[in-house]
Design a protein around this ligand. Structure first.
Ligand SMILES: Cc1ncc(COP(=O)(O)O)c(C=O)c1O
Length: 382
């Protein structure tokens, strides 16, 4: 296996995504979770072929997509899915909001674990539900784990849904089979639906990822998976995701979804994702090599140039969660952007435990990472 190289800064600055157009031209952008690598050749080919034949109408129901994901899930995670239980959606955000709308009433309680993907707060608000935060526990080795006592209390206090981020963005925790089995049993006991957002699953650095619906019959009874190929194969702009169930009862419950949901996915996204699952595995393995090198690289660069930063390498995602509290700056992302001209996510957007943290996207070149860390150092170590 070989590493894959990110595009040059010059090429990247020609991109039209928000990541590359959202900042002044002297800013290095490392927030939005998309990659600076060129997309996989088989995906490029299917897209070019479709464009050349003006094949850009409505996609509708695409059995090949469900079959491709089922096969991928079986091969990668030993998870057997009935393709009939895979539904298309526009993106994981839309999938999350539509599923919440289908199973909740306004003001129902939805449990999350901060610090967590900031849009979870927005999805829950969009579905007119209420957030119940059960923060993750953090130990001195940088391990973030579930607080089962608080989780059970939140379930017992009337939660309707547990919106789980698995693997967890931004901290990278990969939940074990045992932990997830415990969650499933608690969910059944208290009549909670578990929505497991598994968009980062293929970005796990070893074989430790376990899909929630592969954990047990109970998990299949209480759970719904929302996921997409978009994060791992860098297709976010193509708009396609999937909602997966593992029991006939849960499938029937989701018949409450508007019939337009699959029609709102993009035909380009659906076919690009189908090819990703079928033919994109080698490319992703190469990308994972590069990402693995990059996590070690930033660990090393931070230790040299920003020594008071605390960063623990995690086992998934290309997002580094960095604690800058030792520098005593109230909003480090803002100060580093203003003075150092490098953009990171503001940790506080991920919940209260994110104060004084930044999130850095390392799906880029080591040249850009080195420059970003230098710029950070020029502000923090000045
Ligand atoms: C956990 C999680 N869910 C969903 C998304 C967004 O997915 P989509 O663009 O398909 O809405 C992200 C993006 O980073 C994410 O980290």
């Amino acid at each position: 296996m070989s590493d894959i190289q990110a595009d040059s800064l010059e090429q990247l600055r020609l991109r039209r995504s928000a990541k590359w157009r959202g900042f002044d031209s002297d800013v290095l952008p490392l927030p939005v979770a998309e990659m600076d690598f060129p997309i996989a050749e088989p995906i490029k080919r299917v897209l070019i072929d479709m464009i050349e034949r003006s094949d850009v109408g409505y996609g509708g129901i695409i059995p090949e997509f469900a079959i491709a994901f089922s096969k991928y899930a079986h091969d990668m995670w030993d998870w057997d899915i009935d393709p009939e239980q895979v539904r298309l959606a526009t993106d994981v955000g839309v999938a999350g909001v539509e599923v919440l709308r289908a199973i909740c009433w306004p003001s129902d309680k939805v449990v999350i674990n901060s610090p967590v993907y900031h849009n979870f707060y927005n999805w829950i608000k969009e579905a007119h539900c209420d957030v119940v935060d059960v923060p993750l526990l953090n130990d001195s080795n940088g391990t973030w784990t579930l607080d089962f006592v608080a989780l059970e209390k939140a379930f017992a206090d009337g939660a309707k849904v547990y919106l789980m981020c698995s693997p967890h963005n931004p901290v990278g925790t990969v939940f074990s089979r045992e932990e997830q089995s415990r969650i499933a049993n608690l969910a059944k006991k208290y009549n909670v639906v578990v929505i497991s957002d598994e968009i980062h699953a293929p970005l796990t650095f070893d074989n430790s990822f376990v899909p929630f619906l592969a954990v047990s019959d109970v998990a299949r009874e209480v759970g719904i998976c929302i996921t997409a190929a978009s994060k791992s194969w860098n297709l976010a702009g193509l708009k396609c995701a999937q909602i997966v169930t593992g029991s006939l009862d849960m499938k029937a419950r989701l018949d409450a979804l508007p019939i337009s949901v699959p029609w709102r996915a993009s035909i380009l996204g659906a076919w690009a994702s189908t090819v990703a699952y079928n033919e994109g595995r080698e490319w992703l393995a190469d990308v994972m090599n590069s990402l693995s090198d990059n996590r070690a690289f930033i660990k090393n660069q931070l230790a040299i140039h920003v020594p008071k930063a605390r960063y623990f390498i995690s086992n998934s995602t290309y997002l580094a969660w960095i604690d800058l509290s030792a520098y005593g700056i109230e909003d480090p992302a803002k100060v580093i952007l203003e003075k150092g001209r490098v953009a990171f996510n503001n940790g506080a957007d991920f919940g209260p435990a994110g104060e004084n943290h930044i999130r850095l996207n390392f799906a880029t070149s080591q040249e850009i990472l080195a420059e970003a860390i230098q710029r950070m150092a020029s502000v923090l170590e000045a």
